[in-house]
Design a protein around this ligand. Structure first.
Ligand SMILES: [Ca+2]
Ligand SMILES: [Ca+2]
Length: 226
């Protein structure tokens, strides 16, 4: 069973499969330690910015684990993410937030034939502008919430629904609420299109690169005046 393989073996297998099937150079990012579960602690996805990112691999190490990754959506029209592949055997749900941690869209089951998930390209619910977003994954039934423990995504009728933001579901995402998930933790693999890498921020607290610099300066000036 693939889920008993160490993560590195899984990554090697996945990389060789990607390289074999892709004409362009595949870039895979593997979760380092445990990716964060708040908007502020989302994991970077590469050593440099803007390299093509075709896959993410990682581990939901417990039922309540949620992994968040920074991804640059270079082309919103072609962005997609999917765990519906032979390397993912756990019951996932995946979702996208904007950089501030506000919900964009979520999918639990890609079709009636799979428990794995797909955020498809070209959806009206999907990202409409290029930029850095936060891609997240957890087990089915383990739902992202804000600090008030409010679910960020709308409820669906079917597990296959694409779900947009909940009414009043304001971020930032700050953790999960486990709605009695019966799913088992394990390794996952997310195929990506239309995405590129986001490097670690050079210095903690320097948020200029992520566009929040103006706000920080404003706050600093206010503090200096006071
Ligand atoms: Ca993890
Ligand atoms: Ca699922």
């Amino acid at each position: 069973m693939i889920k008993h393989h160490p993560l590195k073996a899984l990554a090697a297998l996945a990389t060789s499969a990607l390289v074999a099937t892709s004409a362009v150079q595949a870039q895979l990012y593997i979760e380092q330690g445990d990716a964060g579960s708040t908007a502020a602690t989302a994991s970077p996805t590469g050593a440099t910015n803007g390299a093509s990112l075709t896959a993410l691999g990682g581990n939901l190490s417990s039922v309540g684990d949620m992994d968040l990754f920074l991804v640059n959506i270079s082309n919103p029209a072609t962005f997609s993410a999917s765990t519906a592949n032979p390397f993912t055997t756990i019951d996932t749900q995946i979702y996208l937030f904007d950089l501030a941690g506000n919900p964009v869209y979520l999918n639990d089951d890609a079709s009636g034939l799979t428990l794995q998930s797909t955020l498809p390209a070209g959806s009206a619910l999907g990202p409409q502008t290029a930029g850095v977003y936060i891609l997240g994954i957890s087990l089915s039934g383990v739902d992202p919430v804000n600090v008030a423990n409010t679910s960020l995504f709308a409820t669906g009728t079917f597990s296959t629904d694409l779900r947009g933001p909940a009414p009043g579901g304001l971020g930032p995402v700050s953790g999960v609420f486990n709605n009695s998930s019966s799913a088992s933790p394990g390794f996952y693999f997310i195929n990506l299109t239309g995405a590129s890498t986001v490097a670690p921020i050079p210095e903690p607290g320097v948020t200029v690169a992520l566009g929040a610099g103006a706000l920080g300066l404003l706050a600093l000036r206010r503090r200096q005046r006071a």
